[in-house]
Design a protein around this ligand. Structure first.
Ligand SMILES: *Cc1c(COP(=O)(O)O)cnc(C)c1O
Length: 355
């Protein structure tokens, strides 16, 4: 058996994969594959509508918040966000908490002035800054709620008077937040809500249409809203698998239920890292991510043998990102508690083998 700790694309629920595989051959007994149906057919329109409705229901969104499934991954949002909210003389504010934040900042700078109000770069992004002020005139304040590469996470969302924009790619649907407090949320699907090829955008429609410049048709959120997220051909299969994953999430009790499970998984693993003398984490305790657990070994020479040991025992996708080294166990929604229990057992066995 394989235990899949991949950071993204990553583990999906088995029943979702089974249903998706079936639908590739014969969708709902139509005799057609989901891959060969027009996106404007009643069959696919129903998929898109159900996916959007499930997002709305699971996140408890009000009617001002619109749900879109767009192309281009989270990285396209790095430019689409500033394009929709900033004129050249405007300012935006960003927190720099890792690679993805700094990529978002780089794109925003193409459009106007960016105020980087805080950064943890000097300490290799091992913590989340808490001492900063956001200028009132910043059109929005952008944070990356979970830093996939460095394993840090905002435990609470900073309160400012600005419109909040969040990249939630790696912790979307993992914990309860008041999602209506955000002006815009975006997330690449391939971490915690589906396969690669689509990203989710949740946007408060009241904040749109305030810039003076014209926005290219495909980049303007208002056009996507007006067309029910079908301005052009959507990535039909990716949306379909997201819809199945959201159905699965609802069936297990929604975000509050999965949050408890995620809490348990993270506690179990951090507890072992803290108590097993072979391991440690460089991430500041209060800022530890419940999604991506990054850790290293006190003796770097043991990392390769430990990695081989994990691999030979069916643990998959746990190598750390090339920028942070060591190990990274991604504990996304679909990863069962038993996989974390198994990993912890292997950590203990490895320690005994070294004694
Ligand atoms: C993976 C990731 C991205 C990039 O996503 P793409 O869909 O590959 O563009 C952006 N932000 C965060 C936080 C991520 O984890």
């Amino acid at each position: 058996m394989i235990h899949n700790f991949n950071a993204g694309p990553s583990i999906l629920p088995k029943e979702v994969l089974e249903q998706a595989a079936q639908s590739v051959l014969n969708y709902n007994n139509t005799g057609l594959s989901i891959l060969e149906m027009g996106h404007r057919t009643p069959e696919f329109t129903a998929v898109m509508e159900e996916a959007r409705a499930l997002v709305k229901e699971l996140m408890n969104l009000d009617d001002d918040h619109q749900v879109l499934f767009l192309h281009g991954g989270a990285s396209t949002q790095f430019m689409q966000v500033p394009m929709n909210f900033l004129d050249p003389k405007d300012t935006s504010a960003y927190a720099d908490t890792g690679v993805w934040s700094s990529k978002a900042i780089k794109e925003a700078k193409l459009f106007s002035k960016v105020d980087v109000v805080c950064s943890s770069k000097e300490k290799n992004y091992s913590f989340i800054p808490n001492d900063f002020a956001v200028p009132n005139d910043a059109k929005y304040f952008h944070i990356t709620t979970n830093n996939t590469i460095y394993g840090t996470q905002w435990q609470s969302i900073p309160k400012t008077s600005n419109v909040m924009v969040a990249d939630m790619s790696s912790d979307i649907f993992s914990r309860q937040l008041n999602f209506n407090e955000f002006g815009l949320i975006y997330a690449g699907a391939q971490k915690n809500m589906g396969p690669a090829g689509v990203n989710l955008v949740v946007v408060n429609q009241n904040i749109l249409g305030k810039v003076k410049h014209t926005i290219p048709t495909m980049m303007d959120y208002r056009n996507h809203i007006a067309e029910g997220s079908m301005l052009n051909t959507p990535p039909v299969f990716a949306v379909y698998v997201c819809m199945l994953t959201l159905r699965w999430l609802k069936s297990i009790g929604g975000i509050s239920a999965v949050e408890k499970l995620n809490q348990q998984k993270a506690e179990l693993l951090y507890n072992e890292i803290d108590n097993n003398e072979l391991f440690k984490t460089n991430v500041v305790k209060e800022d530890r991510s419940k999604m991506n657990v990054c850790f290293v070994m006190n003796d770097p020479n043991l990392e390769k043998p430990f990695y081989e040991y994990l691999k030979s025992n069916g643990v998959y996708g746990i190598k750390g990102h090339r920028l942070s080294g060591g190990f990274r166990a991604s504990l996304y929604n679909a990863l069962p508690l038993s996989s974390v229990e198994y990993l912890v057992e292997l950590m203990q066995e490895f320690k005994q083998s070294q004694a």
